[in-house]
Design a protein around this ligand. Structure first.
Ligand SMILES: Cc1cc2nc3c(=O)[nH]c(=O)nc-3n(C[C@H](O)[C@H](O)[C@H](O)COP(=O)(O)OP(=O)(O)OC[C@H]3O[C@@H](n4cnc5c(N)ncnc54)[C@H](O)[C@@H]3O)c2cc1C
Length: 387
């Protein structure tokens, strides 16, 4: 069986200096109190315009982000692709909910797609729909409440932006993935994405939705989506992830007194994740997947499923994806073996991508084992290089 433990492959694109820096970044992130104080102080300092930007840029930003602009990501795109690891440009500016911010997000996506059209190192583009459509409108629709006339107009403008991106993705021949978000807006997202699939996925999977397998209803969702795709003679694209908003989901369900949409435990999430991979591999003629995970067992399972079903490693309906700066041992070892691999490469002005960086910092303390694993792999490689 394929091994993901080879650290020489995993860190081949990092110089000794870069590896030492990665070691420093994860060591700091691993200390939870330092992490908590650090993130708070950083936000305060940035708001007070204290000169902390270069420190952030040199450390966490440089580790987890591609650059401040699409052009700025270019060296990273090239360096990843030297090892056949593709880039999924992820405009990670969050928070601002106004027309100007939505239009800016649209511009970024269209620019990214223009680049993807000529750059084989960029196999997908991605967006969160809340970057294009107001959250409260998605929430209202999910709750089956009637929109005001003004909200309806804002919703139409938002859907129009999404449609523009899908059309540009078609022109660029670059698949377009839509991230999954909170469960209380997800039905509306699913419906918008399904409409796009009906229009754009007739010949192949161009539009991908995302399924969060920490939700106990998502395996059934995938099966139903497949049934609908057969009825409508379309292909489907799916990014399969475990899900990023577990605590928030559980808390809201408790506060509002409805049953939690989240699985009872991690084992149930893992079970459904792997069943989803198996279901998609079984229907690989019309289902394309992007296996978005840092979980070694699930990544290895997909390689086995592909082997069992005679799916070639370079079949572009099968992609593995990790976040930049995390789980390089999975990305680089899989790409060395000839599998299709890509990294989410977040970008945006330092201050504006701070919420993303803070989430990465928190994840690296709260997700059991994640930082420990990164650190031990880096240490193993430092030792191998006698550093
Ligand atoms: C390329 C890529 C794209 C992504 N896109 C999205 C996206 O669109 N939307 C999104 O929400 N997330 C997204 N994520 C994040 C993802 O959902 C996970 O949070 C993250 O990858 C950790 O899960 P894992 O499979 O890598 O690994 P693991 O470390 O094996 O799993 C951790 C995950 O398991 C689940 N879990 C942990 N404890 C429990 C428990 N007690 N009960 C039930 N479940 C539990 C949680 O989802 C947790 O994040 C993406 C991740 C990647 C790599």
């Amino acid at each position: 069986m394929l091994s993901l433990e080879n650290t020489e492959n995993a860190f081949a694109n990092r110089s000794d200096k870069e590896l030492k820096k990665a070691h420093f970044v994860f060591k700091v992130l691993a200390v939870s109190w330092l992490n908590a104080i650090g993130t708070k102080l950083t936000m305060i300092a940035l708001n007070l315009r204290l000169p902390v930007k270069s420190l952030i840029k040199w450390t966490v930003f440089d580790h987890f982000c591609g650059g401040e602009t699409i052009d700025g990501c270019n060296p990273r795109v090239k360096s990843l692709y030297q090892y056949k690891v593709g880039t999924i440009l992820d405009y990670s500016v969050e928070g601002d909910q106004n027309e100007k911010a939505y239009e800016n997000c649209l511009t970024q996506l269209l620019e990214g797609l223009k680049l993807a059209e000529k750059e084989e190192a960029i196999p997908f583009c991605v967006v969160k729909l809340t970057g294009l459509i107001p959250f409260d409108i998605l929430e209202k629709l999910d709750a089956k409440k009637k929109l005001t006339e003004k909200q309806q107009q804002a919703f139409e403008r938002g859907k129009n932006r999404v449609h523009q991106i899908a059309s540009a993705a078609k022109t660029a021949n670059t698949p377009f993935m839509i991230d999954a978000e909170e469960s209380w807006i997800q039905n509306t997202i699913d419906a918008i994405v399904f409409d796009l699939m009906l229009e754009f996925n007739k010949e192949k999977a161009l539009i991908y939705n995302t399924a969060q397998m920490y939700r106990h209803d998502r395996l059934q969702y995938i099966k139903d989506l497949f049934a609908h795709s057969e009825e409508n003679k379309i292909h489907i694209g799916l990014k399969i992830v475990r899900g990023a908003y577990m605590e928030k989901e559980r808390e809201r369900a408790k506060d509002k007194g409805y049953p939690s949409p989240i699985q009872v435990d991690k084992a149930a999430t893992d079970r459904d994740y792997d069943l989803a991979l198996a279901f998609c591999a079984e229907h690989h003629d019309t289902i394309a997947i992007c296996c978005g995970t840092h979980n070694e067992a699930s990544s290895l399972l997909l390689t086995e499923l592909m082997k069992q079903r005679g799916i070639s490693k370079e079949n572009n309906y099968f992609y593995f994806a990790q976040l930049l700066g995390m789980s390089d041992h999975i990305s680089y070892n899989l790409s060395k073996e000839g599998y299709n691999v890509a990294k989410y490469v977040p970008y945006g002005p330092v201050k504006e991508v701070m919420p993303y960086l803070i989430r990465r910092a928190n994840e690296n303390t709260s997700v059991a084992g994640q930082t420990g694993r990164e650190l031990s792999l880096i240490r193993k490689e430092l030792k191998r290089r006698s550093l």
